[in-house]
Design a protein around this ligand. Sequence first.
Ligand code: SF4
Length: 478
Amino acid sequence: MNNAPTQAYIKPSDASAWALCARRVWLDNKGELEVEEAEDAFEALIIELGLAHEHAVLTQLMKEKSVHTATSPEDTQRLMAEGVDVIYQAQLLDKENLLVGYPDFLIRHASGEYQPADAKLSLSEDKKEIQVQLGFYRRMLNASLPAIVFLGDGDTAEIDDETNPLTNQFVTEMRELLASDTEPLVRYSHSKCRACPYYTHCKPAFEAKEEISLLYGVQGRAADGLEKHGINTISELAASSPASLPDVPYLKGYEKKQRAILQAQSYFSGEVHQIAPVSLPDGHWVHFDIEDNPLTGSGEKHVYLWGFLVPDFSNADFEYVWTDTAEQDRQGWIEFLAKIEEYRERYADLVLAHYSQHERTTIRSYAKRYDMESNETVLYLLGDESPLFDMQKPVLDSLVLPLQGYGLKDICKHKDLVNFQWEDDSSGSQWSVVQFNRFLAENNPDMKAQLKAEILGYNRDDVIATRRLEEWLRAKFM
Ligand code: SF4
């Protein structure tokens, strides 16, 4: 248990929220909102894996050095004064500057100085919040040696003086935020806000003032620029013309401005605007979607499921390659390539339709992983005559939709657009990672089979969704 006060203290655990949104970190510290944290199974899985990783680092350190667990800031100081090898769950407190920090470890260097260290599931130390957290501990310790990060793949990385400006920025901004009694003004960001616990608090206010950054493709900095030119609301943007709009950051050129205006118009009307012809390739279509597990601990994702929907596109036409564990990763890849050859032979004019760039970039990274960039099937998949077709492209190139995000689910679930509903409404890409990790941990064969069936059902619905999207595009816009 940490005994140190945290109220109005700056703590490095705020760095994640700070890196996302100034209002979020303010609400965390100063807000008096009752937030009902939805039970987030993905978040719970990350915490569980994070604790297991920290424990593995601790076990390793205990083999090499004597490790003492700190019980308070005073106890941490005492252990440091004694010069013990490693202090676990250290507690740092600076009452004068209102700073408090809890590094996982303080490790004594041969010089006598203590190096702060954290176990992180991340595979890279480049993340802002990691740099701030470790930089913050160094600042509190007045350390000259770098801090250590025990990364999720077993590597270690160092955080040195280079991150000091970022750490100082964090401390300065946090001081200002904690001193203010007013909720900071910020812009809407669809990717950040919809995953935020304060979404239901912030969204109605954004909507009430017709915040321009609610629109897809209009970023905060573009909204700042428009505001400087007197365009403050979605209505005002909807009533403008591309020629009258000034060039502002992220909103330059006729096409982008036209899109933004149409996006503003469809925000109110719910209308779909077609801005260019929709063109889809001819041929025999096979719909394609993969599921991968990024939490392998090796630094490399494991694609456990390569799923396909073949003609006649019914539920029974779902085919797949599945591997149970990351140890079978190569086998799954080879079976996937064999499947592609099977389709290639069956359909000379194969079109392998997927949504977004993820499938193509994954194939490229697998070819690299297994040193198969010159493999004939890989060359076919990634070459000039590639059968791969990204369905998001015609959507983004040709349509303006009454949506805030252009993901497959955004478009397909909308009742006035594709109107396709997944059988399991709670499913999603993070959901499937959680289910697969449950599958890995499960020993009961019946439960294991059930989890696998649920994941397959979700992937099947994904490829049926891209098929429905194809049909919708053909029926409405071609
Ligand atoms: S909902 Fe958006 S604006 Fe509100 S606190 Fe969260 S990230 Fe910030």
